[in-house]
Write a protein that binds this ligand. Structure first.
Ligand code: ADP
Length: 638
């Protein structure tokens, strides 16, 4: 029969799709087989959606078709067929769904490829890159599809993946669903072998909840692993399921499998990955647990079953009590759902606590990988106690910057009369150790937690207390109480001569002078009782914001001011003693002004507030010049 060839309308792919196709077509991938995983996953989604519509009572054509995936092939024509009886697509849906990249995962994939030096084939498996991956193996793809909606014509979509596609009405009658015809490239004969297709299905798609047939034989036999009794499941099965669910090639760090009977009945199978999968921080949408109701998938990646700070958890939750036809929009308001959600949250937190107690190294691994996101949990007031117990910090007592302790461990090591838990903020262990605020803590042997992540400070400010102890930054510490504590034995204080009575008066006048010099830049200048090695320190007034907070405010553009602080002066420091001599000789000596301004600016420089370095550099140069004069004269150099 001679077919009347009518030119089919041609459409161009969107730029992003074209870019992806270029990568897929022109690169050599070792993971080509994943195209089948992607097609099966789309087929399964389409059948999930159909079942969902059916549960809602929507009218559906060919309602008696069994929900299954059929994979067949034709060796002579070199075509692999992947068919499903899902919702199918209308003409508009074909254009919208297949011509543009809908899925965030795909654009993330492009970003990662563009930015990483890693070979694309190493990362491709970790992404669900969707339908287009078929062009790794196909020189042409034909989609034949018929929507579940009444009166929609069957459609045909054809493309060679090179930039455009055609769409036309199909001239043969087909049943509801979609068939993808994969016309293989010349060197792809491996996919024309039954055993090869079977092994790909087994490897990547074992847990799909619908039968998958290769040449009419069902390949996947286990589906809802979470429904099996725990005692029947081997560790390998958990790992296999985890890999299927996440595309991770590694095994999970830990597995949580629970069945709850009362007051509500549900099963959860959860995993914490070894690695933070949010590579480069792009995939912020790619999280959430799969929600099932009596084995029927209601929602993929539901974002409300767990709070966001636990979004590294992957897995499924299957409820017995939720209605099958519940709409995604009303889920959040459902009482059963919110009970499940708080129960799942508790399961994760308790599991982490057990891990922290029984598998310390594993917990450290968890903390290293997922700690940053976990810390956001300071907002979860209902679970604050459990959350606080799980926090970890580096501290002055740690042997290096990698060691971490819990707040409980800190409390155990507290001094006899210590009522507060202290922390200091800085960009690194080295930087924090230089903070003059810490001098008195060293002297008294009081441990201080070191906070390197700005988030840590939010956590401390939000918690305020741990058990009976206030959380205090070293700047807010009650110095009087600290001074009442005994010095550590190895603190051999260098004997500094006390100031005479008159010198004490001069020192007071010097401090007044210092305040005059600095003016409004400081709130007050006063004698310090916390310093041993530094001449001065800037401290926050009791009612003031912490330095990190101020820095964050500045960064966010809300203020551009250098915060007003209190300057504390160490009267026993050599520099201050010399300054006092100068002051006594001539209280108007310019040198005093230079030194005081320099001390102030050095401090705010360390705290990250110095706006204009020019003046400071000028002054330093002048002081250096002076000191070079003195140096050469003292050494009697000609
Ligand atoms: P993803 O499946 O991740 O959304 P894909 O690129 O694989 O991305 O597919 C794009 C869209 O095309 C899907 O979201 C879906 O709407 C539609 N689609 C793909 N395959 C099928 C299918 N077999 N049946 C119905 N719709 C499909």
């Amino acid at each position: 029969m001679a077919e009347a060839k009518v030119a089919e309308p041609k459409f161009k792919f969107k730029a992003e799709v074209k870019q992806l196709l270029d990568i897929l077509v022109h690169s050599l991938y070792t993971h080509k087989e994943i195209f089948l995983r992607e097609l099966i996953s789309n087929a399964s989604d389409a059948m999930d959606k159909l079942r969902f519509e059916s549960n809602k009572g929507t009218e559906i054509i060919d309602n008696d078709l069994p929900l299954e995936v059929n994979i067949t092939f034709n060796k002579d024509k070199k075509i692999v067929y992947v068919s499903d009886s899902g919702i199918g697509m209308t003409k508009d849906e074909l254009v919208k769904n297949i011509g543009t990249i809908a899925k965030s995962g795909t654009s993330d994939f492009l970003k990662v490829i563009a930015e990483s030096k890693e070979d694309a084939s190493n990362i491709i498996g970790r992404f669900g890159i969707g339908f287009y991956s078929v062009f790794m193996v196909a020189k042409e793809v034909v989609i034949k599809t018929k929507s579940y909606k009444k009166d929609e014509p069957a459609m045909k979509w054809t493309s060679d993946g090179l930039g455009s596609y055609t769409i036309a009405e199909l001239d043969e009658p087909i049943k509801r669903g979609t068939t993808i015809e994969v016309h293989l490239k010349d060197d792809m004969d491996e996919f024309l072998e039954k055993y090869r297709l079977e092994s790909i299905v087994k490897k990547h798609s074992s847990f799909i909840g619908f039968p998958i047939k290769v040449e009419n034989e069902v390949i996947n036999t286990i589906s809802a692993l979470w429904r099996e009794p725990k005692s029947n499941i081997k560790p390998e099965q958990y790992t296999e399921f985890y890999k299927f669910l996440t595309y991770d090639q590694d095994e999970p760090l830990t597995t949580i499998h629970r069945s709850v009977d009362a007051p509500i009945q549900f099963t959860s199978l959860l995993f914490i990955p070894k690695r933070n999968m949010d590579m480069f921080g792009y995939n912020r949408e790619d999280y959430g647990l799969d929600l099932y109701v009596r084995r029927v998938l209601i929602q993929h990646q539901n974002k409300d079953l767990l709070p966001e700070y636990l979004s590294f958890v992957k897995g499924v939750v299957d409820s017995e009590d939720l209605p099958l036809n519940i709409s995604r929009e009303t889920l959040q308001e459902n009482v059963i759902f919110s009970k499940i959600s708080s129960s799942v949250t508790s399961q994760v937190l308790s599991h982490l606590q057990t891990m922290a107690e029984k598998e310390e190294d594993k917990y450290k691994e968890f903390w290293r990988e997922h700690g940053r996101i976990f810390k956001m949990g300071y907002m979860d007031y209902a679970n604050q106690e459990k959350f606080s117990k799980l926090l970890r910090f580096n501290s002055s007592g740690s042997k290096d910057s990698a060691e971490v302790i819990s707040l409980d461990q800190y409390v155990e090591k507290m001094k006899k009369d210590q009522k507060e838990i202290y922390y200091a903020v800085g960009s690194s262990r080295e930087a924090v150790a230089l903070d003059p605020h810490l001098e008195i803590f060293k002297k008294k042997g009081v441990e201080v937690l070191y906070l390197y992540d700005p988030m840590d400070e939010f956590v401390m400010e939000a918690l305020r207390k741990y058990k009976d102890f206030d959380l205090k930054s070293v700047g807010q510490a009650d110095i009087k109480k600290l001074n009442e504590m005994e010095n550590t034995k190895d603190d051999v204080e260098e004997a500094v001569e006390e100031l005479s009575k008159t010198d004490k008066k001069h020192f007071s006048s010097l401090m007044k002078k210092m305040k005059d010099i600095l003016g409004d830049k400081v709130k007050e200048v006063k004698e310090s009782d916390r310093l041993s090695d530094s001449p001065i320190v800037l401290v926050n007034p009791a009612d003031g914001m912490s330095s990190t907070m101020q820095r964050i405010m500045n960064l966010s553009g809300r203020t551009v001011n250098v915060p007003q602080k209190i300057m504390e002066v160490n009267k026993n420091h050599k520099l201050i003693r010399n300054l006092l001599k100068v002051f006594k000789a001539n209280d108007k000596d310019e040198y005093i002004k230079d030194v005081v301004e320099q001390l102030y600016e050095s401090s705010i420089l360390l705290e990250g507030f110095l706006n204009d370095p020019h003046k400071m550099v000028d002054r330093v140069n002048k002081l250096l010049e002076d000191s070079s004069d003195w140096y050469t004269s003292v050494r009697d150099l000609k």
